[in-house]
Design a protein around this ligand. Structure first.
Ligand SMILES: [Zn+2]
Length: 170
């Protein structure tokens, strides 16, 4: 059975199956982030995401940023070549497989953990995580009107020996 304790155990004691190390583009180069993906044996993926140096929006006010998995594994040229949202089932936004929870910008910082029953690790390796400048309106097709792509990271598998190095890369 899926439950909170199982998820906490996974985050506390398990090396993720895939990670995406996020870097800001030319507009907000200071943005950094780490998104960790844990395959759940019953199906689905547990996602833990942390972002720092998000753009300052308004003092002590919440701001949201759209977060999506994009089809292509290419963060070059300010993320112009990341393709569309990962869309395994050929549906419309915000029902794309790659449509994730919005990031809550807490004066530049964000941390969140959520379960996504519709993802599988093997399908997202070699795709990219994109953070957008504005909130996802969860209506407009194909991308939720969430503005510019401001940060990107490719999704890669994790080798046990390399995992400890990830913290040092941030
Ligand atoms: Zn979408």
């Amino acid at each position: 059975m899926l439950n909170q304790n199982m998820f906490l155990d996974i985050i506390d004691g398990t090396i993720p199956d895939a990670v995406s190390i996020i870097s800001g583009g030319s507009k907000y180069p200071a943005i950094k982030g780490l998104v960790q993906f844990y395959q759940i044996p019953f199906g689905g993926v547990l996602i833990e995401a942390e972002f720092t140096d998000l753009p300052f929006i308004q003092n002590n006010s919440p701001a949201f940023h759209g977060l999506h998995i994009h089809e292509k594994v290419d963060c070059s040229d300010d993320f112009a070549n990341t393709g569309m949202h990962y869309n395994k089932n050929h549906t419309h936004h915000p029902a794309h497989s790659g449509d994730l929870l919005p990031v809550l910008n807490n004066n530049g910082y964000s941390y969140m953990v959520f379960f996504d029953a519709f993802l599988d690790i093997k399908d997202i390796i070699g795709k990219s995580v994109i953070l957008h400048e504005h909130r996802d309106d969860f209506t407009a097709d194909p991308s939720g009107n969430s503005g510019e792509k401001i940060a990107c990271g490719i999704i890669t598998t994790v080798k046990r020996r390399s995992y400890k190095d990830i913290g040092r890369m941030l």
